[in-house]
Design a protein around this ligand. Structure first.
Ligand SMILES: [Zn+2]
Length: 76
């Protein structure tokens, strides 16, 4: 039974492309998760002791409870 030589190129090409798409997908998810957790900064209000987060990397964030400006909690 003769096999079309084209299959020797098409099948490995399809496998390589599938692998590359899978790798890109995994990389995208990992990058997205890392960026999401990195951008969220934890703040602790010195006035009412409330702990809150802000997605922006700002030096000061306003407390949603009392409105006081707070510095971020140092990263552990
Ligand atoms: Zn507060």
């Amino acid at each position: 039974m003769p096999v079309d030589p084209l299959y020797f190129f098409v099948i490995p090409l399809a496998l390589v492309l599938t692998g590359l798409f899978a790798a890109a997908w995994v990389y995208d998810i990992k990058t997205f998760r890392r960026r999401k957790s990195k951008d969220e900064t934890v703040y602790r209000c010195v006035n009412c002791k409330r702990i809150f987060t802000d997605i922006h990397r700002t030096p000061l964030a306003r407390c949603p409870n009392c409105g006081k400006q707070n510095e971020p909690v140092p990263a552990r």
